[in-house]
Design a protein around this ligand. Structure first.
Ligand code: DQQ
Length: 475
């Protein structure tokens, strides 16, 4: 069953140059967290937090799209809607999908004017994930563990199976202490036993509420991913790598999964045993501008996760993306001693650069450059400070986000070149350096002609640069 007229709805946005072309977003209106991602009978299903009534957060449903290759998507009917009088009457918040013989969602239902009553619910599908029946006995977990000392933040179950048991981690907070992940066990996804906190925040830095936990084995380590909600619009996503014994997690390494606009990621294992992660790419513009645009929120290109020898989390866009690449431009090797404009233009590009940064200098690329130089976004590495920066330079234009500066630590080992993977798609800019430092940005160029690319460098050496023009996935 295809949802009628979504192609027509998508056509309305054809002239919106800030709207991504090869990243998934719903036909219109609001989207936030990825939910319930699962490969079922070979096809990838993506569900997502969705307001079908408008481009701002509210009345949260689960939208649905399906794909054969993680890149091209077909819109499907809404999978979950709040049930009046039910435990999810104010919203169907985030959760996951598991295969329990039949596909099953485990998700958070909310009630109350501020969604302050949060409980865990399940739903099953008997028609290959198209329609969903909520369990009549919902909620399956109705109360917070008392040690949380609060009653309103308890959400986003992430479930996996070990032996004959199902386990769930749920995001929460302990009053006056900070984020916590609670651990539960069940044999049937209906009757759940609380075990203990899996892990809790030791520092204020990790935010007041931990949302959207992911907990899984990767190689011979366990990885915990949490989205730290700090009460502002700038929550951050952290990961921890360590051991899991006696139902408790002990980290040996921690890092930042993304320093920018990527939030509430959700991972799953596909039929090829790859651990793949989607993340919500948040907007960075005003509510008024989101309302005017008629859409808000994008999914990242899914990323394959691995660990390196130092237990750092490595992320690489799925190789399936390469299959849609268009015209290819190649540059280098060459010395970078000054800013050099390239004979490439585009607002949808896939860029892979390898640069020997040299010493005491800086190097990188600019994208979305205006012909007159008044607008551009620089992605630049400083060898002295060992920081990677994203600097948006723009004229004062009403409605655009004019300045966006972010500088984050990125330490290269001796002799290790800087590797940049940059996915530019309208207003989305996914940047991953050396597979381990991710800065997801939004740029909203103010001029249609801001499409140039230039190389930046003072004492660097470009080893290779590949740029592909990217098509729309909706043609
Ligand atoms: N988004 C959902 C919650 C989750 C938050 C609500 C994270 O379930 O905690 O839309 O972005």
């Amino acid at each position: 069953m295809i949802v009628e007229n979504t192609a027509e709805i998508r056509k309305r946005f054809t002239s919106d140059r800030h709207r991504p072309r090869y990243h998934y977003l719903p036909p219109s209106n609001w989207m936030n967290d990825p939910n319930g991602v699962i490969q079922w009978k070979g096809k990838y299903h993506l569900f997502y937090q969705h307001n079908p009534h408008g481009p701002l957060w509210g009345d949260i449903h689960w939208g649905h799209a399906v794909s054969k290759d993680l890149i091209h998507w077909m819109d499907l009917p809404i999978a979950l809607a709040p049930t009046s009088g039910g435990p999810d009457e104010a919203g169907c918040f985030s959760g996951c999908a598991v295969n329990n013989g039949e596909p099953t969602f485990v998700y958070t239902g909310t009630r109350g004017v501020r969604n302050e009553i949060q409980v865990q619910c399940i739903a099953t599908s008997h028609d290959d994930l198209l329609s969903w029946e909520k369990y009549a006995g919902n909620p399956v977990i109705g109360e917070l563990p008392p040690e949380s000392n609060q009653t309103s933040d308890f959400r986003d179950p992430f479930v996996w199976k070990e032996g004959d048991s199902w386990y769930a981690v749920i995001g929460s907070r302990i009053k006056d202490r900070g984020g916590v992940i609670f651990l539960y066990r069940s044999t049937n996804l209906i009757d759940w036993e609380y075990l203990n906190p899996l892990f809790m925040s030791g520092k204020k830095l990790h935010g007041a509420i931990w949302e959207c936990p992911n907990f899984f084995k990767l190689g011979d380590q366990w990885v915990l991913i949490i989205s730290a909600h700090t009460g502002t619009a700038t929550g951050e996503v952290f990961y921890f790598v360590g051991s899991y014994e006696n139902y408790r997690f002990t980290p040996i390494h921690e890092g930042v999964l993304d320093y920018g606009q990527l939030y509430a990621p959700l991972s799953f294992v596909d039929d090829n045993q790859r651990r793949i992660l989607f993340g919500w790419v948040r907007e960075a513009r005003s509510e008024t501008d989101q309302r005017l645009a008629g859409w808000s929120g994008v999914q990242s290109i899914p990323r394959v996760l691995t660990l390196d020898a130092q237990q750092r989390l490595l992320m690489s866009p799925v190789p399936e993306l390469a299959a849609i690449r268009g015209i290819h431009h190649q540059f280098g090797p060459m010395h970078l001693t000054q800013t050099t404009a390239l004979e490439v233009k585009g607002c949808a590009l896939d860029i892979a650069a390898t640069i020997d940064p040299g010493v005491n200098g800086s190097c990188g690329l600019s994208v979305a450059c205006a012909p007159d130089g008044t607008e551009r976004t620089d992605i630049i590495y400083d060898t002295t400070t060992k920081r990677l920066g994203v600097h948006k330079i723009s004229p004062e234009v009403h409605g655009a986000v004019n300045t966006h500066i972010r500088e984050v630590p990125h330490d290269l080992a001796t002799g290790e070149p800087l590797q940049l993977r940059i996915l530019l798609d309208g207003s989305v800019l996914e940047i991953i350096a050396n597979d381990r430092t991710s800065i997801t940005s939004r740029i909203y160029p103010s001029q249609a002609t801001s499409q140039g690319v230039q190389l930046l460098g003072s004492k660097a050496h470009l080893l290779s640069l590949d740029i592909w023009e990217m098509p729309s996935i909706w043609q």
